[in-house]
Design a protein. Structure first.
Length: 430
């Protein structure tokens, strides 16, 4: 309620501080979206664009998963329908055509909103099947272009604040700021073990030979320097196109370094950040008069970005970008409890023995033998805290009640929801 009241009380001029939207920037953005959709469509339905082998969980190899993660706002029945191949192909096609129309500057009423809706449908399937933040930055940017045009440039600043500031705030609140260097060393070690680093020797050197003080400095510069100080600087001086362009360039450079050293590749983020440099280059510093324009869409947009950060909720497309690592001890303990222990906590479907159980740690925390989790999920993180402080049986009781009440996992082929948490020997996990 406090957040809602603050957003409602903000003066309207704060939503137009970045001036008027430039049509050339919009054309560049929609052309980028169209090209990304061609790549994703071919990769999901016809080919394997990953460097890794067929059993990899990297996009798009896990696209046809049998288990779907369900956001709270959509029913299991509707989630299955939306994630079906027919609906997804239609959404891909509609988004591509709409993006091309917008890129060619053909005025079609509601076209931008249609592109944003279709893009959301496509990304819902990626999130449900893979369980990570794939294109949240570009998806939120697409919705910012669907707003009344006076509000678009400032809304895109709010998107940057959410994507990087939200991540920084949630990671600091959950994992603290201590042991940052040791946590970063764990990430590099995971990339070495996985064998998916672009420069293996560099990654190995980062994991084993780099002084802890240097790793701590690198972690501090990303967590505090970019995600806290950089975001505050962006908010303070957002009217200056050079400030916005500098922040986008720094964020793109950060993603490039991460991609080279760990192969955790946010290519879509880099493309959108670089494409939106055009938004800064062509933008006007003149604040628009907004009398007579509908401001409620801009306020709802800001609220949709801010509330998930404050409440620490994760229900696509509402999230806070709170990615791992949190700290070294949490990474190691999560692996021990949900991956490497003698017993594993799994979800099952009551009365359906033919449906294989699902490792809840892998489904909601992205735990793997090589890398730390990729997505913070509030309920599963609470289960981890219970298991760490008490026993895995206590965590099982909590997860059992959560599965029955929230039905967060859906078995796509049958439509059943996973409703029971059980503890099984590690050899029986899936």
């Amino acid at each position: 309620l406090t957040v809602i009241g603050c957003v409602a009380a903000l003066p309207i001029h704060l939503f137009v501080r970045c001036g008027a939207e430039n049509d050339q920037a919009a054309r560049v953005f929609y052309a980028t979206i169209a090209m990304l959709h061609v790549r994703d469509y071919a990769g999901c339905f016809y080919g394997n664009f990953s460097r890794k082998k067929g059993d990899s969980v990297r996009k798009p190899l896990g696209y046809k998963a049998d288990v779907l993660r369900r956001p709270c706002w959509i029913s299991p029945w509707l989630l299955r329908r939306v994630c079906s191949d027919a609906i997804q192909i239609l959404a891909f096609a509609a988004c591509f055509v709409g993006a091309c129309i917008c890129a060619l500057k053909i005025e079609v009423t509601g076209c931008r909103v249609g592109v944003a809706v279709c893009y959301t449908i496509v990304e819902l399937k990626f999130h449900a099947a893979l369980g990570w933040h794939r294109n949240v930055l570009s998806l939120a940017t697409a919705w910012s272009f669907a707003l009344p045009r006076d509000y678009g440039p400032t809304a895109r600043v709010f998107v940057l604040v959410h994507s990087y500031g939200g991540s920084g705030v949630r990671r600091m609140l959950t994992g603290g700021i201590r042991n940052g260097g040791a946590s970063l060393r764990e990430v590099f070690r995971g990339a070495v073990v996985a064998g998916n680093s672009l420069w293996p020797r560099l990654t190995l050197a980062c994991a084993e030979d780099t002084p802890l003080a240097l790793l701590t400095f690198m972690d501090f510069m990303s967590r505090v320097g970019l995600e806290i100080v950089g975001v505050l600087w962006l908010l303070y001086d957002q009217q200056n196109p050079k400030t916005r362009a500098t922040f986008r360039a720094l964020a793109a450079s950060f993603h490039q370094v991460v991609a080279v050293t760990t192969a955790i590749d946010f290519m879509e983020n880099r493309l959108i950040l670089l494409a939106m440099l055009c938004d800064d280059y062509w933008s006007s510093t003149d604040v628009m008069a907004v009398e007579g324009h509908n401001e409620y869409a801009a306020r709802l947009f800001l609220l949709a970005l801010a509330l998930p950060v404050v409440l620490a909720v994760e229900h696509f497309p509402f999230g806070h970008q709170g990615l791992f690592p949190y700290n070294e001890n949490q990474i190691k303990r999560i692996r021990e409890i949900f991956l490497d222990g003698k017993t594993i906590l799994v979800g099952t479907v009551s009365g359906q023995d033919a449906i294989m159980p699902v490792n809840l740690g892998c489904a909601f925390l992205g735990v793997s033998p090589t890398l730390p989790a990729q997505m913070y999920h509030k309920q599963m993180f609470h289960a981890f805290e219970i298991a760490d402080a008490r026993t895995i049986e206590s965590a099982r009781v909590f997860c059992d009640a959560w599965l029955k009440h929230a039905r967060p996992l859906v078995h796509a082929p049958s439509g059943f929801s996973y409703d029971t948490a059980v503890i099984v020997p590690r050899a029986k996990q899936t």
